[in-house]
Design a protein around this ligand. Structure first.
Ligand SMILES: C[S@@+](CC[C@H](N)C(=O)[O-])C[C@H]1O[C@@H](n2cnc3c(N)ncnc32)[C@H](O)[C@@H]1O
Ligand SMILES: [Zn+2]
Ligand SMILES: [Zn+2]
Length: 1023
């Protein structure tokens, strides 16, 4: 058994750092800028509010929220907003109009005499930012789990006492838990088990054989399977673990020599096929009929050997015995876990359908046993603040330690927590993690202590903001804020006399705050959609109540409440939201601001907000778009057009505002500000979806209408302009192409930055330095070239989304609306054309400029490292000028003599490469961009040529299935004869021989030769 000292978690050591004195710091330390609430317009209401720059900062926060704002991430909550946005809102709500908020963002601002209220505080984003600015903060949430999280996050914490408590818990329970996650290896040594792998089983309704619900025999793959294709599969014959290629369809078990398809399993979609009698049956219905929660079978484990290496092994009889021992131990216990029934509801019906009737049924017996040991120990912590903090940590760990969690694979945090889909979805292949954990664990109590509590303490001591630099590097700026950690009042009287934070749990439609006691309300109401926080939060609540007792905010065993603002019905939603805005109106000072974030893709979402605001007595003075977190409940139609923005709606009491009549040109007053905001975001390289444009337009529209004298006339006008609104959205959205092609220099607009020249140059330099492509694993060569390219853009410090199986283009830059599609070609070989598969090449895709990088490497290299022979980086419009084409695979049924065969029409495109199009590209490194695209001044111009659009374009085809004849339908090209001019460039020092276009007949001849070679090869494959 391993040495005791070696089991001390990493958090222990890192926590033991020199102490800094505890709070409270003096408010408004020297050197700070103090803002006082004054009448008059505020910077948040300014047209110039710098939402573009702030969005960039918010976006970089969003990549690692838990690291960049650990205070509010000590426990799961839904729809958490970005701290950057709320810091900017808070400063902008107090700073007078005209203030440069982006400049103030990085200044030590203090607002000591102000009180800020968030009636929908969630995880406390507003509160944490307010505390950092030295203002007084009031937060309220109807959900006890949210209230508890914020209370733990904002309280004063004694680092030393926390550390001691953690050590005491470790001393008392760590070993007890870890004993249940150990195994003997064949070589006689003992190993820690990081994870046990389970599969759901169901008895075949026909022959009663227990069927494993594997949809694939591969149970562990790397998060980047293209790069690391080695995966682990379980043999269906003997249960042994085999290493296989991630795409393998055929494997031979190393133990029993039986062959199997690693990518197949008994389960396929909603049904399963019994391996014994081949009966196919529906999974959900069969499980439902058993009237019991689904059964599971343990089949594998990932162990941590004493030499620090990990290994995947099959589960042994000894492992099953250890599990049985846990089951027996649990059976001996009383009150080990909360026994609370799951109530029906929008988010719980699915699990009820799988016969999960109690919350504890989401755990296995060993998880319950270990959780109960930990829960009992935490309950015994004498100090209430510490007890609550550790309960919060425990509760957070629940999310990773249940039978709804699954394995993400190597190369990421290994455990996919249960709410990854924002719903409660039964997992067919659950993962049981080691609850106490080892230093190689993820989602364990000890590693989360380090990752959540330690981080939150560090941040509380020394909060920081992110600042982006031109080279895309991000800096942490310290020294701007007060420390976090204050005595928290739980009634208004105490808050008024001696506390700076007041938290309460309840409906914000009724509060104990005095009239006109609040300077600013900053909040984020629920969007009316399908996620019912309370139905999900109950999963945590029952355990928090189990440890902390059924008192205070935890009297009842559910967090559901009739007053929760959460309803799929628009009228209900409006009524509840109105009640909170009315109360907000009462407690807000007359000159105060209400600012909140909101977005909704449907007009009804905006109608509801408008109604609730006017009813509540508010009118909108400004609407600022800002980078948002992805919507939690993304309905399908919205996922296609994702919303990347929130709108900050800035409101004042209507009595303080002049009302306006919109007899004539309502749309005329909406269009300019909406267009301006869209232009500014695009000039800052933000890719906007149609839904993004839609919410910008809708927000400007309700802003104008909120000033109409009566609600009725506002709603009437909203409805009467719905057609014009759609037309406006279309017009602004589709204006994008022209704008990107020729950046218009408007006042204040930034010229579009293209990274193509810079990327081209680093590629050429790398070739000159002799940087070779490296063969990594068995994946095909194109990925090796991709990896080579990836190292180049990494060297430039550009952030990009990693290429995935279906991502197009392969490398999508994050802060620029540009992407790069890679094509590696073996030389000599097929160079005239390349398979674009189901992606028609073009120069723009989803609002993003697309560049292609063609690189050739030796056909049969000797060895695993080989050079890039030549390279063309070209804009996609060189390959095809039309970017409106949408590809869809279609199918029809009715083929075959019985009329029940489906024909799937999968169009595959093959396009000429630049090597086949332009002379002078072979054995050279060339950049080709459309005329008008700026390139770096140090590049050498080596040619200009024109591609002319053909007179007729193919718009359809007809395939005769009897004769295998294919006929195309052509129509006149509306752009016939249109010329597209391209410029070619090389780096200084490279040959300057000219690049020119081949004639059309030369190109076609080259392509024909290539096509017949390919057809031959394909026919060979078929036999
Ligand atoms: C969108 S979330 C706020 C998230 C928060 N901005 C954050 O960053 O974590 C909305 C919150 O409103 C709360 N809520 C819903 N109805 C409420 C009501 N009537 N009174 C108070 N809070 C309510 C929900 O429990 C939820 O936490
Ligand atoms: Zn069967
Ligand atoms: Zn086998």
């Amino acid at each position: 058994m391993s040495d005791r000292t070696a089991t001390v978690s990493p958090g222990w050591k890192r926590l033991a750092r020199p102490e800094t004195p505890e709070l409270p710091l003096e408010a408004s330390a020297p050197g700070c800028i103090t803002l006082v609430p004054l009448p008059g317009p505020r910077a948040l209401e300014d047209d110039k509010f710098p939402f573009e720059a702030l969005s960039d900062v918010a976006e970089s926060e969003s990549w690692r929220k838990e690291i960049n704002r650990p205070t509010t991430h000590i426990h799961k909550w839904w729809a958490q907003r970005l701290g950057t946005v709320f810091r900017a809102m808070a400063i902008g709500a107090f700073a007078p109009s005209g203030t440069d908020i982006f400049d103030f963002f990085y200044k030590p601002i203090r607002i000591p005499c102000a009180t800020v209220f968030d009636p929908f505080m969630g995880s406390g984003t507003t509160l944490a930012e307010t505390v950092k600015l030295g203002a007084k903060a009031i937060g309220r949430d109807i959900n006890p789990v949210a209230h508890f999280l914020v209370k733990c996050a904002l309280a004063v914490h004694d680092r030393k006492a926390i550390l001691e408590t953690f050590c005491a818990i470790e001393r008392d329970v760590a070993e007890k838990i870890r004993n249940y996650y150990r195994t003997n290896l064949p070589d006689g040594t003992v190993a820690e088990v990081l994870y046990f792998f389970w599969v759901k089983t169901v008895d075949c309704p026909s022959c009663a054989t227990s069927v494993d619900l594997f949809s694939s025999r591969i149970f562990a793959r790397h998060a980047y399977p293209k790069k690391f294709p080695q995966s682990q599969a379980i043999c269906p014959h003997c249960g042994c673990v085999n290493e296989v290629h991630v795409d393998a369809r055929d494997a031979k078990c190393r133990a029993c020599k039986g062959s199997f398809d690693p990518n197949a399993g008994s389960a396929k979609g909603p049904s399963a096929t019994c391996p014994h009698c081949e009966h196919t049956f529906p999974i959900a219905k069969t499980i439902r009929e058993t009237a019991k929660p689904p059964a599971h079978r343990m089949y594998a484990k990932l162990v941590l050997k004493q030499n620090g290496k990990k290994a995947y092994l099959h589960a042994s009889d000894e492992d099953r015995e250890l599990y049985a021992k846990a089951e027996r131990a649990l059976a001996q216990q009383t009150n080990a876990y909360p026994v609370v029934a799951i109530e029906p509801g929008y988010n719980t019906n699915q699990v009820l359908g799988y016969n999960y009737r109690y919350w504890h049924e989401m755990f296995n017996a060993r998880q319950l046993l270990c959780l109960s040991a930990l829960a009992d120990r935490i309950r015994a912590i004498p100090d209430s603040v510490l007890r609550e903090l550790f309960t919060c940590l425990f509760s957070g760990a629940l999310e990773f330690n249940n039978m709804f969690a699954s394995f993400k694979g190597e190369g990421t945090g290994a455990v996919r927590h249960m709410f990854a889909h924002h719903i409660l979805k039964p997992e067919r292949m659950p993962l049981e993690a080691n609850l106490w954990g080892t230093e190689k664990s993820s989602g364990s109590f000890s590693t989360m202590f380090d990752g959540r509590i330690r981080r939150a303490l560090d941040y509380a001591d020394d909060p920081f903001e992110l600042r982006l630099h031109k080279n895309s590097k991000t800096e942490k700026v310290f020294g701007l804020s007060e420390k976090i950690g204050a005595p928290v009042a739980d009634d208004y009287a105490t808050f008024e006399s001696d506390a700076s934070v007041y938290l309460s749990c309840g409906d914000s439609g009724a509060t104990d705050l005095p009239d006109r006691s609040v300077d600013v309300v900053l909040t984020d109401p629920p969007f009316f959609d399908n996620v019912h926080y309370s139905q999900l939060a109950d999963f945590f609540h029952v355990w928090q109540r189990h440890i902390l007792g059924a008192t205070g905010t935890r009297m009842t065993n559910t967090t559901r409440s009739d007053q929760e603002v959460q309803n799929v019905d628009g009228d209900e939603f409006t009524i509840r939201l109105t009640s909170v805005w009315k109360e907000t109106h009462r407690v807000l000072k007359d000159g105060g601001l209400l600012a909140f974030t909101y977005h909704h893709s449907r007009p009804e979402g905006w109608r509801c907000v408008l109604r609730a605001l006017i009813h509540g007595g508010f009118g909108i003075t400004a609407a600022q778009p800002i980078k948002a977190e992805m919507s939690v409940a993304m309905p399908k139609q919205q996922a296609k057009e994702p919303i990347d923005l929130d709108i900050i709606l800035v409101c004042r009491k209507r009595a303080q505002l002049e009302t306006k009549h919109w007899n004539c040109d309502l749309i005329g007053s909406v269009a300019p500000p909406a267009q301006d905001q869209v232009d500014r975001l695009r000039a800052a390289n933000r890719v906007l979806s149609r839904n993004d444009v839609r919410i910008i337009v809708m927000a400007q529209l309700v802003r104008q209408l909120s000033r109409t004298p009566t609600l009725d006339s506002a709603l009437q006008q909203l409805d009467s302009v719905s057609g014009d609104t759609e037309a406006l959205i279309d017009r602004i959205y589709s204006g994008r192409t022209d704008q990107l092609d020729k950046p218009v220099r408007k006042k204040g607009a930034v010229q579009r930055v293209s990274n193509a020249s810079a990327i081209f140059k680093v590629c050429v330099q790398a070739i000159q330095r002799g940087e070779l492509i490296e063969r990594e694993g068995r994946s095909d060569k194109e990925f090796h070239f991709q990896n080579w390219f990836k190292r180049r853009i990494e060297a430039l410090g550009l952030n990009f989304d990693s290429p995935g199986r279906n991502s197009y283009p392969d490398f999508r830059l994050v802060r620029f609306s540009e992407g790069f599609e890679l094509k590696g070609l073996a030389y000599p070989g097929r160079e005239a054309d390349y398979d674009c598969n189901s992606q028609v090449p073009c120069g723009e895709h989803n609002g993003r400029q697309v560049y292609y990088v063609f690189g050739r490497y030796p056909m049969n290299p000797d060895g695993n490292r080989y050079p890039v022979l030549d390279l063309v980086l070209c804009h996609g419009s060189l390959l095809n000028a039309d970017n409106t084409y949408v590809h869809k695979n279609k199918s029809f049924r009715g083929f075959g003599s019985y009329g029940d065969i489906l024909v799937r029409d999968r169009k595959m495109y093959v396009a000429p490469t630049p090597f086949a199009l332009a002379k002078g590209t072979s054995h050279r490194r060339t950049l080709i961009v459309p005329e008008g695209h700026a390139v770096d001044a140090d590049l050498v111009h080596v040619g200009a040529f024109t591609r002319r659009e053909v007179d007729h374009v193919v718009v359809a085809y007809n395939f005769d299935l009897r004769t295998n004849q294919l006929e195309t339908t052509q129509v006149a090209n509306p752009n016939a004869g249109r010329e597209h001019v391209f410029n070619a460039y090389r780096v200084e020092g490279d040959p300057v021989d000219a690049v020119s276009l081949l004639t059309r007949s030369q190109v076609l001849a080259g392509l024909e030769a290539s096509a017949s070679a390919r057809d031959d090869a394909e026919e060979d494959e078929d036999v």
